[in-house]
Design a protein around this ligand. Structure first.
Ligand SMILES: NC(=O)c1ccc[n+]([C@@H]2O[C@H](COP(=O)([O-])OP(=O)(O)OC[C@H]3O[C@@H](n4cnc5c(N)ncnc54)[C@H](OP(=O)(O)O)[C@@H]3O)[C@@H](O)[C@H]2O)c1
Length: 311
């Protein structure tokens, strides 16, 4: 398959790297020293599932030179999307699939606004991976799965392009399980990540410190309930006991876990606050659902980190 990876970071570098290493024609979009090093020495991936290097690796900082591809892996951070989306139409032909990987639930709509819903495969990356230097990606843990489906999937009858792409991901050594309902899975991940991210950042607390303290644990659960109420108001078919299930998942994770939102905010980097807590508040207002905890978290985090949200 011809594949373009828009953003060669933790997600793009890992999943795109696996696809390239298994023989697909992958072009990595990167920039600055990362691009230069990938061109010179290839893309090096250190992975708990086995290290590998893609060399030579096809890489560019100009997506408009790539031409149309079978699949685009959109793997920039949410706040980096606007300029990247301007280049997207040059990659998209009538059958191209654009897989979103961003946390939050708004990326599919943002991509659809540019290339139409028919091109979008809403997706979820489940992995812990990051850039640890120019040309180098580390995969530190997580299931390393890339879950995606058509916007309006027919249960049990996946489209040909979805089948081909799932087979390619699975054959590359990553996982690509078939979701029961991609929108429910996107929201279920949001229900875990956004309360954990917002409370973790506001309290400078690890997952262990949130779940062990009864008052904080209650806040975590309440914040999850707000996301649940919002999702249900928007017609998302979440599992009946989604909050209990998510708390059980929380109890199973390493105690020292933190989210990228918390790390980015506390270390003064641009963050995905707008796409996480901001999106809950924005979509709740749109749906007539009250989310007081998220409103408070947004105000606290925005006032503490004035550069955290786009203008
Ligand atoms: N990493 C994970 O473990 C993980 C897990 C689940 C979900 N996610 C989600 O996946 C998304 C991507 O996260 P990530 O961790 O992979 O981010 P990341 O490591 O920061 O990677 C993004 C990459 O895109 C590059 N980029 C951005 N704009 C570009 C442009 N215009 N031209 C060329 N390159 C560009 C960035 O380059 P610069 O460094 O130069 O900006 C960076 O190399 C996020 O929404 C995140 O929430 C991540």
């Amino acid at each position: 398959m011809r594949i373009a990876v828009l953003g060669t970071g933790g997600i793009g570098g890992y999943f795109g790297g696996r696809l390239a290493a298994s023989g697909h024609d992958v072009t990595f979009v990167a920039r600055a020293a990362h691009l230069a090093t990938i061109r010179e020495r290839g893309l090096q991936v250190a992975s708990v599932a086995g290290d590998f290097t893609v060399h030579p690796a096809s890489a560019t900082d100009d997506p408009t030179t790539v031409g149309t591809v079978d699949a685009v892996l959109l793997a920039v951070k949410t706040w980096q999307m606007p300029p990247v989306l301007e280049t997207l139409p040059s990659l998209v032909g009538p059958a191209t699939a654009v897989v979103t990987t961003q946390n939050g639930v708004e990326a599919p709509d943002q991509v659809a606004a540019v290339v139409g819903r028919g091109a979008v495969l809403p997706g979820i990356a489940k992995i812990f991976a990051f850039i640890d230097g120019p040309g180098r990606i580390t995969h530190a843990g997580g299931p390393a799965s890339l879950v995606f489906d058509e916007w309006e999937a027919r249960p049990g009858r996946p489209s040909d392009r979805v089948v081909r792409l799932r087979q390619a991901v699975a054959a590359s050594g990553a996982a690509s399980p078939v979701p029961e309902d991609i929108w429910a899975e996107l929201w279920s991940k949001m229900l875990m990540v956004v309360p954990f991210g917002g409370l973790g950042a506001a309290l400078a607390a690890t997952l262990g410190e949130l779940r062990e303290d009864p008052a904080r644990r209650a806040l975590l659960r309440d914040a999850m309930r707000e996301v649940e109420a919002l999702a249900r108001a928007r017609g998302i078919r979440l599992p009946e006991k989604v909050v209990d299930g998510t708390m059980a998942f929380v109890d199973d994770q390493p105690a020292d876990a933190t989210t990228s939102l918390q790390r980015d905010l506390l270390e003064g980097r641009p963050s995905e606050l707008d796409a996480w807590t901001g999106a809950v508040v924005r979509l709740a207002a749109d749906s007539g659902v009250d989310v007081p905890l998220h409103r408070l978290l947004l105000e606290v985090l925005r006032s503490r980190h004035p550069d955290a949200l786009p203008d």
